[in-house]
Design a protein around this ligand. Structure first.
Ligand SMILES: C[S@@+](CC[C@H](N)C(=O)[O-])C[C@H]1O[C@@H](n2cnc3c(N)ncnc32)[C@H](O)[C@@H]1O
Length: 301
């Protein structure tokens, strides 16, 4: 699978399938003993997409038998998504607690926060993603009888296009503070599109707005290495989805420096510490590139 400037996808193909993969991990994480997240929509949404491997995964039909490594890898992937999900959940809930009533979930995929978080009255949650992704989730959630817990508004557009204008047309109000998330997104954008994304976010943000994302310090070629590791890990448990070629290589801006230069006050939390925050242990001997990811939060001065 290779990428092109105007490529598009649904939830069963290309970058869209990664949203289904992440939702499958959220489904497993929600079933864990002492779960740190609760996403009751993840499993039904994965079943609705219908990709066989992920359907079998959420239905407990994938057992990495005889492979301790496979089991361990699956556990680490599940824990990583659980920690990531919880980090963004807490980010949005803290922003809401502090009075921010407008949230934008960029690259929302099968994220069900607009349906499962306790948003305060008056909250508006925008979800931005490619048209087929947005349409599928909206329809699937209606069929499940799910009701949003905020005023959910969708923006169906590619984030390499003029999504700020599309957001404004959906009612986005740049005059009030916003909480923004870019979760599991940056590596699927070309480096210059990543910069443009943050420029647009900054341009649309009233003072006091907040932003959460993650950043891989060793950008560039390590993204492809990461894809290879993903493939290896999931192939061990029978996954036939090929993630290679989905990432855009090349030097990209350091998110912390870029946001700081744009007027944001930025803080970071290494993956190991984030695991510990939520009572999970990041394996000492873990060699994966994922180890170097940091969780980023920022507030516009
Ligand atoms: C790994 S998934 C993450 C989904 C969601 N944030 C989550 O954590 O469950 C990547 C998501 O990014 C979206 N995405 C990637 N590149 C995009 C683009 N150029 N325009 C719109 N959406 C994009 C995909 O459609 C997909 O939903």
């Amino acid at each position: 699978m290779t990428r092109s400037d105007q490529d598009s996808w649904d939830l069963a193909s290309s970058v869209g399938a990664t949203a289904t993969m992440v939702a499958a991990a959220r489904a497993l994480a929600s079933e864990a003993t002492n779960p740190i997240i609760d996403d009751p929509f993840a499993a039904p949404l994965v079943r609705a997409v219908g990709l066989d491997f992920f359907r079998r995964l959420v239905d407990g039909e994938v057992v990495p038998e005889g492979s301790e490594d496979g089991e361990r890898d699956l556990q680490l992937e599940t824990d990583s998504i659980a920690v990531r999900t919880r980090f963004f959940d807490d980010f949005f809930l803290n922003a809401a607690r502090d009075g921010i009533r407008q949230a934008v979930i960029l690259a929302a995929g099968l994220d069900a926060r607009a349906y499962r978080l306790s948003w305060p009255p008056g909250s508006v949650v925008y979800e931005v993603d490619q048209p087929q992704v947005v349409d599928f989730k909206s329809t699937a959630m209606s069929k499940l009888g799910a009701t949003p817990t905020a005023d959910r508004r969708t923006v169906s557009i590619d984030l390499r296009e003029d999504w700020p204008d599309a957001s404004r047309r959906s009612g986005f109000d740049a005059g009030q503070p916003t909480s923004w998330s870019a979760e599991g997104l940056l590596m699927y954008l070309p480096p210059e599109a990543q910069d443009r994304l943050f420029d647009s976010i900054t341009g649309l943000s009233a003072p006091g707005s907040r932003l959460a994302t993650e950043f891989h310090g060793d950008a560039g070629r390590t993204m492809s290495e990461r894809a290879r590791q993903f493939n290896e890990r999931w192939a061990k448990v029978g996954c036939d989805i090929d993630l290679s070629g989905l990432f855009f290589d090349g030097e990209r801006s350091d998110v912390v420096d870029y946001l700081t230069g744009a007027g944001w006050q930025v803080s970071t939390r290494p993956r190991r510490e984030l695991f510990a925050d939520y009572g999970l242990v990041y394996p000492d001997d873990e060699e994966s590139q994922l180890r170097n990811i940091v969780a980023v939060t920022a507030t516009l001065r």
